[in-house]
Design a protein around this ligand. Sequence first.
Ligand code: NAP
Length: 235
Amino acid sequence: MRLRNKNALVVGASGTLGGKLAHKLHEAGMNTYLAGRDRDALAAVSSELGGAAHSTFEAIDTDSCRRVVETAADSLAGLDLVLVATGVAAFGPTANTEDAVTEHLLTVNTLAPVVLGRASLPHLEQRGGTLAVLSAILADHPTAGMADYSASKAALSAWLTATRREARRRGVDVFDIRPPHVATGLAERALSGTPPRTPPAADTDEVVETIVSGIRDSAHELRYDLDEQQLRLVF
Ligand SMILES: NC(=O)c1ccc[n+]([C@@H]2O[C@H](COP(=O)([O-])OP(=O)(O)OC[C@H]3O[C@@H](n4cnc5c(N)ncnc54)[C@H](OP(=O)(O)O)[C@@H]3O)[C@@H](O)[C@H]2O)c1
């Protein structure tokens, strides 16, 4: 997709990856609408982007998810890209994980992106647009000490794959972004537990650049090759 003068909703623009991606898309000439939960963080990103329109939403409230898509579509007069960069982590052995933590992970990491994606598709269909969603490497490599977090991302990834098959007939690209560990502070903000030992973090700027390339070139997936320690776009 040519990015210049196209319209993008960035959900999770208050977060580390979402904020960096919003900057890159703005630099590439996109008109951005920003959504997030933290009002102050969102306002800060908006002012860095010259006052981009923005609104808060709450991922555990599905009405709020649908509403933010409609508000952005109205504000920008159409959507060419919906990028979902919200998410939350939790760590610890399965036996010690509280049901409420599992429920929260499945709501924020799976249900919310599904609802956001479903609300976005009719808008994206009108303009041959792209739905791009951050799942995680855990969708490919479910990991001990992160069973519930892995499951929430694997379910999201499965939904994106099946939806891509449906949506392509209607001219919509679906990009499943499965980054490796990057040092964004997500682990420190986990709902519970401390992360197991992970390989060194991938370079955040390289991950962000590769995601933007994937959006531009209509990639289906971003994957991380653990043997080669390399990001790979899949078409
Ligand atoms: N960092 C990694 O190693 C890594 C690796 C693979 C995949 N990912 C995925 O990449 C995405 C972005 O993560 P990040 O590393 O940039 O982490 P982050 O900085 O913590 O960003 C998380 C974002 O999710 C939002 N969020 C969390 N709970 C929410 C809720 N209940 N309602 C609305 N928004 C909510 C946060 O909003 P507020 O800040 O406004 O509260 C923030 O915008 C996530 O899906 C994550 O799973 C990250």
